[in-house]
Design a protein around this ligand. Structure first.
Ligand code: AHM
Ligand code: MG
Length: 339
């Protein structure tokens, strides 16, 4: 049975009516973004039948093995977004430098940074994956350089993700809360299904890859150990653990029912000379803004994620985000361990 309700376009028209900074070009850009998400949702859904599963046999610029669908997802987004005249440039997890809008197309005033297919190790096992995107402004007639993308998370004008799971959902913020839209494939529209998503302050659920326990730094060792002591420990209540293997899946669960997601700094990353695993521009910043807009917190342990001044398109950061009581507790443990 098809649903009727508020479409993504209707929601955006309504919520941008009083916004001078988000005009018709922004609405056009979001329409193209939604189209790209629908195309990708269809490919993910058809899986092996569309011939998109498996490894691509090459690595991306960050030395990570690419799946066929990582590359296809990147191409689907570029094809859907490059020609309409809304974007000045596109930066992606799958491309070393940003992608300039080709000369034959009009150059617009927005910059898009995105992770085409987050959690791509889940593709071949039919697990949840997603696309994460962050949009900033480029108020110049000149073509952007990589440096123009390096705006802090507070300068985002729209951030969101599309989750490809049992249902496909587009979740976004334009700075007035978080709204979730479910794809009704019978009419090809994202329909508002989750208005005003909010993260409860209190939670008893955490998400972390515990295979790295031995590498964690003292604050995370202490935090998870105390959670795992349950009713007998200092937290005096039992905790539950969930790990989707896809940041989009984990963040979506937290936006739906609370929780805390951690991909912290650890000794293994330090030994590899990495400042974290997840990337600031197209993972931590957009998800961080969604969390703050939903009433949660997003932190590295020492800095609010949105306050970080970026220095590289593919900069990595430690990530702790979700229900504010738990994130604040981790921040406190970090400052205690530093003093
Ligand atoms: P990706 O963008 O290459 O898919 O990497 C990001 C993913 C996140 O979705 C997820 O939280 C994390 O990497 C999982 O990493 P690990 O395999 O170390 O647990
Ligand atoms: Mg990712």
């Amino acid at each position: 049975m098809s649903q009727t309700g508020t479409t993504l376009s209707q929601y955006l028209v309504e919520h941008t009516r009083a916004r001078d900074d988000l005009g018709s070009d922004f609405l056009g850009l979001m329409n193209d973004t939604a189209t790209a998400c629908k195309r990708l949702s269809d490919l993910v859904r058809r899986g092996e039948l569309a011939g998109v599963l498996g490894a691509a046999g090459q690595e991306n610029v960050q030395g990570e093995e690419q799946k066929k669908l990582d590359i296809i997802a990147n191409e689907v987004f570029i094809e859907s977004l490059e020609s309409s005249g809304y974007l000045a440039g596109i930066a992606s997890e799958e491309m070393d430098a940003h992608y300039p809008i080709p000369e034959q197309f009009t150059r617009g005033q927005y910059l898009l940074a995105f992770d085409p297919l987050d959690g791509s190790s889940n593709i071949d096992v039919n697990g949840s994956t997603g696309t994460i995107f962050s949009i900033t402004r480029h108020d110049s007639a000149d073509a952007p350089s990589d440096a123009d993308f390096l705006q802090s998370g507070r300068q985002q004008i729209c951030a969101g993700y599309c989750l490809y799971s049992s249902a496909s959902m587009l979740v976004l913020t334009i700075g007035d809360g978080v709204a979730g839209f479910t794809l009704d494939s019978s009419i090809g529209e994202f329909i508002l299904s989750h208005p005003n998503m909010s993260v409860p302050e209190t939670t008893s659920e955490y998400a972390i890859n515990s295979a790295y326990t031995r590498h964690w730094l003292a604050p995370e060792q202490r935090y998870i150990d105390e959670c795992n002591q349950g009713v007998e420990g200092p937290r005096a209540r039992n905790f539950n653990m969930r790990w989707a293997g896809s940041m989009v899946g984990d963040v979506h669960r937290i936006l739906c029912r609370g929780g805390v997601f951690l991909y912290p700094m650890d000794a293994r990353l330090q030994a590899d000379g990495k400042a974290g695993k997840l990337r600031l521009m197209y993972e931590a910043n957009p998800m961080g803004w969604l969390m703050e807009q939903a009433g949660g917190m997003a932190h590295t342990g020492t800095h609010a994620i949105l306050d970080i001044e970026p220095n590289d398109l593919h900069q990595r950061v430690p990530v702790i985000m979700g229900s504010s009581e738990e994130v604040q507790r981790l921040v406190d443990y970090h400052s205690e361990s530093a003093s």
